[in-house]
Design a binder for this molecule. Structure first.
Ligand code: ADP
Ligand code: ZN
Length: 735
């Protein structure tokens, strides 16, 4: 782009200036001049020069008081891209999220513009085709390009360059010689439309009123939050499909958020069974090409239904009509790198801004959502029991104090017996343990040396499949040693505690005939592997499934009737105020995998504290016992949703710097009797990747604008410099 000529022509008459928000870690928009003849309005997607680069950015506002003296220093907008402008609602959301979370506005905008690296949408639409004779000078690079284009079809220019392994210049050269022609790519094929009547199930009488509520909410189309509250297997998905069907009939778009992309695989198939076609996907595993295509289909409105992980929330839907947040309680909705935001909460904000309905679905709602439903802020739509007359699993505790496993083992005799029965009945059993790897700790029997990460405050986890000791916080790993590096003793190293890999070993020893499978995120590396593993299970080629929280969510295992929770106490007692809630949710979810198809499901909780209120509520299947006492406790202590929290994490390469900064910051916290600033204290993980971390916890009454308070405080505070880093987390999910 030749900026110099434009600058001279446009500065002659009155210059228009616009404020453009660029997708970098900045709050404020930059001013650019509008070249003569270019029509621009807020929301338009443009290319602008930023330092040495050109970036895709968005016109945010007309610059109201352009100072003519500055015009000559401003750069021109490069070009206006041929994509739909960002609608006012989405711009409002960006502003809102940035304001609430204290994340830079540019970083929030970046999530709306993820149309594929180096693939601005406008470039995607220019293609090249082989039209003439090969040039006289046929270099190897040119030959490769011609090979790639030998099918005579139109190829994306940058893709053709990438496939041939050449620079764009080689392609330009061939265009100049007349070998290739540049043509405009036809718009991407519109994804086929879901058919609302493709395969509608018969709803049971217990489901019918929920179905009516879903249809009514979608037909009404205005802002409204519904909690779809039904036990695992009650048909929540089937039921919210009716709201989607109604939205499709009204020709508006639906967004379905899932906590993890691993869950989308099975979901796509289920959706296709109901609607005849798959929905569009949006998540981090898409190839750049699919990403660009899907982005365009979302922005043009050609994609009627989009399913995705949390980042799908920020897409520029042409006409969003409904949002569904599946497993709304799930912790994975909290994004904690880059911008810190909770996708469920921000989805409700988006629904409010867009004036559309939103459905939050869960068998174990978050305490926040449950309170909102109790107070009538959200409509509660209940599915009281499992579909098809299936019973909820029966839950029992196994008191590990009375029936301990043998030394060095983790499966208690009563649980082992139940697994044996299950296998004899040709049913599946699931052993749940939320710990990846073989053992969480390795130590030397001779000298007591424990293997710790050198740059984190954490033990190294033994991973036997990979034959390495791994830090779960920074990814550092080393080969499993044979001798102790400390005392040189041989064969003195012992694994302490269980991980799923070790459980598999134990299960294989106890039941040599049984086929076992481990499902854990380090073994499942893609949606495809997850899909094929789940197929193996569904087809009955596995007897004992051993899994981490990856198996707890959403899956249907038709032959599974027994779930053994190996360490039910694992999530309790770490001082986290949400520990009880998490344990309640996780264990309900994982035991809810049992008995969904035929037979009665049973869950066994191996625990040292069967009298703990969470265990008692689980065993009694007493939802009210859990929510009632948890809500009381939150209210008494002023924890969310009865109070608000924010956490400030201050980190630096050395301890005194981090601690000193944290103390200085705490010392100047504005006084407000509604707000407490606790700390600084060492953060729960005091060192990660060689960075020392301190935390300030800010706790306020519910009606306080905590974001505003933080902004004012931090603006007056010492500036972070060097390698000091300050991370603000409004509404932190874990402590
Ligand atoms: P949830 O999401 O509440 O766990 P699902 O929607 O997955 O429940 O339903 C559980 C099982 O019951 C699924 O296999 C689903 O296809 C089936 N199901 C639920 N409702 C119906 C219905 N009305 N007709 C046929 N099958 C149904
Ligand atoms: Zn580490």
């Amino acid at each position: 782009m030749d900026h110099s000529t434009r600058q001279t022509t446009s500065s002659a008459s009155s210059t228009r200036v616009v404020d453009v928000l660029v997708p970098v870690a900045l709050n404020q928009a930059y001013s650019y001049r509008v070249p003569r003849g270019m029509e621009l309005k807020p929301g338009d997607v443009v290319c602008v020069p930023l330092g040495p680069r050109e970036v895709v950015a968005v016109v945010w506002a007309e610059n109201a008081t352009p100072d003519p003296r500055l015009h000559n220093r401003l750069k021109d907008v490069g070009e206006k891209l041929d994509v739909p402008p960002l609608k006012e609602e989405l711009r409002h959301l960006v502003d809102w999220v940035s304001n609430y979370t204290l994340s830079a506005r540019g970083m929030v905008l970046r999530m709306c513009l993820r149309m594929g690296e180096n693939l601005g949408p406008e470039r995607m639409r220019l293609g090249v085709r082989l039209v003439g004779e090969p040039p006289r000078r046929l270099t190897p690079a040119r030959r490769r390009v011609i090979e790639v284009l030998s099918d005579g079809l139109l190829h994306g220019k940058s893709e053709a360059a990438r496939e041939a392994g050449v620079s764009a210049g080689v392609i330009d050269g061939l265009v100049d010689e007349g070998t290739l022609a540049i043509e405009v790519m036809p718009p991407p094929l519109a994804p086929p439309a879901p058919d609302p009547a493709f395969e509608q199930p018969e709803f049971s009488s217990l489901q019918r009123s929920a179905v009516d509520a879903m249809r009514a909410l979608a037909a009404n189309g205005s802002f409204h939050v519904a909690l779809l509250d039904g036990v695992t297997g009650s048909g929540k998905t089937e039921v919210y499909f009716e709201a989607i069907a109604e939205t499709v009939r009204r020709a508006r778009q639906t967004l379905i958020l899932m906590p993890e992309i691993a869950l989308t695989g099975q979901f796509l198939d289920r959706f296709a069974q109901r609607f005849g076609v798959r929905p569009l996907e949006w998540h981090s595993e898409l190839t750049p090409r699919t990403r660009a295509r899907n982005w365009a289909a979302i922005a043009s409105g050609e994609a009627p239904v989009v399913v995705g992980a949390r980042s799908a929330l920020f897409m520029p839907y042409a006409d969003l009509g409904l949002i569904v947040v599946d497993e709304e309680h799930d912790q994975a909705y909290k994004q904690s790198d880059g911008a810190h935001y909770h996708a469920r909460d921000m989805a409700v904000v988006r629904a409010r801004i867009e004036k559309i309905p939103i459905i939050l679905a869960s068998a174990t709602p978050s305490v926040e959502t449950e309170v909102n439903a109790r107070k009538g802020r959200y409509q509660r739509v209940v599915l009281p029991s499992r579909f098809g007359g299936q019973h909820m699993p029966h839950i029992e505790a196994i008191d590990l104090r009375r029936a301990p496993p043998p030394r060095g083992r983790f499966i208690s005799p009563p649980l082992a017996e139940q697994i044996k029965f299950a296998i004899e009945k040709r049913e599946q059993a699931l052993l749940f343990l939320n710990r990846r790897g073989y053992a969480p700790l390795t130590l030397c029997r001779a000298c007591g040396h424990r293997f710790a990460c050198t740059i984190c405050d954490a033990w190294l986890v033994d991973h036997r499949f990979r034959q390495r000791l791994v830090c779960h916080h920074c990814g550092f790993s080393m080969p499993r040693p044979n001798i102790c590096p400390h005392c040189a003793a041989e064969e003195s190293l012992v694994a302490v505690g269980p991980g799923v890999e070790r459980l598999q070993e134990e299960a294989a020893q106890l039941f040599p005939e049984a086929r076992t499978m481990v499902l854990s995120s380090d073994l499942i590396t893609s949606i495809e592997t997850m899909r094929s593993e789940l197929n193996e299970i569904a087809e009955g080629r596995v007897d004992i499934i051993i899994g981490t929280q990856l198996v707890a969510k959403g899956h249907n295992f038709p032959r599974l009737n027994l779930v053994g929770v190996v360490d039910a106490d694992l999530g309790l007692g770490n001082g986290d105020p949400r520990a009880a809630e998490r344990t309640w949710q996780l264990l309900n979810q994982v035991i809810g995998r049992a008995g969904r198809d035929q037979g009665r499901g049973v869950g066994y909780l191996q625990t040292h504290q069967p009298e703990h209120p969470v265990m008692k509520a689980l065993i009694a299947c007493d939802r009210e016992a859990f929510y009632g006492s948890e809500i009381d406790a939150r209210e008494r202590t002023g924890y969310p949703p009865f109070g608000r929290l924010a956490s400030l994490i201050i980190s630096a390469g050395d301890r005194p710097t981090a601690e000193g900064f944290a103390r200085k910051l705490a010392a100047i916290a504005p006084i407000d009797e509604r707000i407490q600033v606790l700390g600084p204290a060492e953060a729960p993980l005091a060192v990660i990747k060689g960075r020392y971390r301190f935390r300030l916890l800010v706790k306020s009454l519910r009606n306080v604008d905590l974001s505003d308070y933080l902004r004012e405080w931090l603006a007056a505070g010492p500036k972070t410099k060097g390698n000091l880093k300050l991370e603000v987390d409004v509404d932190p999910q874990s402590f």
